[in-house]
Design a protein around this ligand. Structure first.
Ligand code: SAH
Ligand code: TYD
Length: 387
């Protein structure tokens, strides 16, 4: 597998980096994780491709998250919020605008620069134990530490947990959300599996991970983002009472079998079937002379195209709104990535919805494509041409 967000130019094909993408389940602590990790410095740098604020759905999501955090945990006059993986400031800009003392910790310098332009205080580094300790020394302890779609990216989870335990006030809260393993299993959304996502969290595995650091999960709140995520509220052990939802989710994970190896053997079978069905459908469409495009050059699309062996002979181009991805080629399979204007010049017959997590936003926007007879193809939870 190549790097999921490693969109590249033709002159870089020969030097493209590949690694073995495989996932393991620990029968002792129940963590589901990559067996080979890629050095984070190779993934998060000055040309990081993912800009959070390019989806209006995510802009709305993080405005609501920030407002909720402000109302519930940041009422004190000098309250201090830290966000791990603050990207282009999509969440913290709301706290900055409200005059809340804050700090973003973001190692990818290009997105960190955008957040600073928006008035968000940002340090450009990886969050770990040393970062937690430095921030506490310079700014004092945090009332709240936020993180979205970042904790599962961090290979050194124990160093992160130590940093959080150091930085968090005695009665502070660490609130983070990540794609949820229960949704991946239920929807066969195997395209969440790529180098950046080192971990696929369940409540069980997170509780086992955090307990040795004196941290406890006291709240869980399912989210619809990224195809199904979970928001966790974490405090120093013994400082808060866990909500009933935590016990209920623990039960649900057992019913779903997230602790059983057979669950993952069965998932593997469904992932293989999904590949057979998608490739067969695309081959049939091409044999019938149909033009097929990809919609959204997502990190997820890199997993799908490489796992299925789908190149430009099956998908002519992928359209994407990110300026930095346009004019490049998709990692591994080298499908051209083009700007949205190209999508309608003229419309293809079908488009594989790689950004399926933004389905409603895209279907509304692309009503003219569908009116012109265009059809979207979905592969989560099943391969099908949408009506
Ligand atoms: N929170 C944003 C961005 C998610 S992408 C959102 O949900 O849309 C993951 C981000 O985490 C990237 O911007 C990446 O540079 C950053 N990141 C990766 N490892 C990190 C670490 N150890 N500490 C802080 N940020 C990290
Ligand atoms: P996303 O699905 O959020 O994440 P990931 O890369 O982690 O799988 O990425 C959305 C991508 O889709 C991003 O490159 C922007 C693109 N996109 C469009 O091209 N058009 C759209 O209407 C939307 C919502 C996203």
């Amino acid at each position: 597998m190549p790097i999921a967000n490693g969109f590249l130019h033709a002159e870089d094909f020969a030097a493209e980096f590949f690694f073995d993408l495989a996932v393991g389940h620990c029968e002792r602590c129940h963590m589901v994780q990559l067996t080979e990790r890629v050095d984070p410095a190779r993934l998060f740098h000055s040309q990081y491709a993912y800009f959070s604020s390019l989806s209006t759905g995510m802009v709305r999501h993080f405005q609501a998250f920030a407002e909720d955090a402000r109302a519930r945990y940041l009422g004190a006059p000098d309250a201090f919020a830290v966000e791990i993986g603050s990207n282009d400031g999509i969440m913290l800009r709301h706290l900055a605008a409200a005059g809340v003392r804050h700090l973003g910790v973001e190692p990818s310098s290009n997105v960190a620069a955008v957040s600073r332009e928006r008035g968000v205080n940002t340090v450009c580094r990886f969050f770990d134990e040393a970062a937690g300790s430095d921030i506490r020394r310079e700014h004092g302890p945090a009332d709240v530490i936020l993180g979205a779609n970042v904790v599962c990216h961090v290979p050194g989870l124990h160093a992160l947990a130590r940093g959080v335990a150091l930085l968090l006030k005695d009665d502070g809260l660490f609130v983070f959300e990540d794609p949820y393993l229960g949704d991946i299993v239920a929807k066969t959304s195997y395209d969440q599996i790529y180098a950046e996502h080192v971990y696929y969290f369940s409540l069980h595995a997170l509780e086992a991970l955090l307990a040795p650091h004196g941290l406890a999960i006291t709240g869980v709140l399912p989210q619809t983002t990224h195809g199904g995520s979970m928001r966790y509220e974490v405090s120093h052990a013994g400082r808060r009472v866990a909500s009933e939802a935590v016990a209920a989710l623990r039960e649900r994970e057992i019913t779903q079998g997230l602790h059983r190896p057979e669950t993952y053997h069965s998932l593997r079978g469904r992932v293989e079937r999904s590949r057979e069905e998608l490739v067969a459908l695309l081959r049939t469409l091409r044999a019938d002379g149909r033009r097929v495009a990809g919609y959204g050059a997502t990190a997820k699309s890199t997993t799908v195209t490489n796992w299925c062996g789908i190149g430009p002979e099956l998908i002519e181009f992928i359209t994407d709104t990110t300026p930095g991805k346009q004019g490049t080629f998709s990692p591994g399979m080298h499908i051209p990535v083009v700007p949205p204007e190209r999508f309608a010049e003229p419309y293809p017959d079908c488009a594989v919805l790689f950004a399926w997590n933004h389905r409603d936003e895209i279907l509304a926007k692309e009503e003219p494509f569908r009116r012109a007879g265009g059809r979207f193809i979905e592969y989560v939870p099943h391969v099908r041409i949408m009506d």
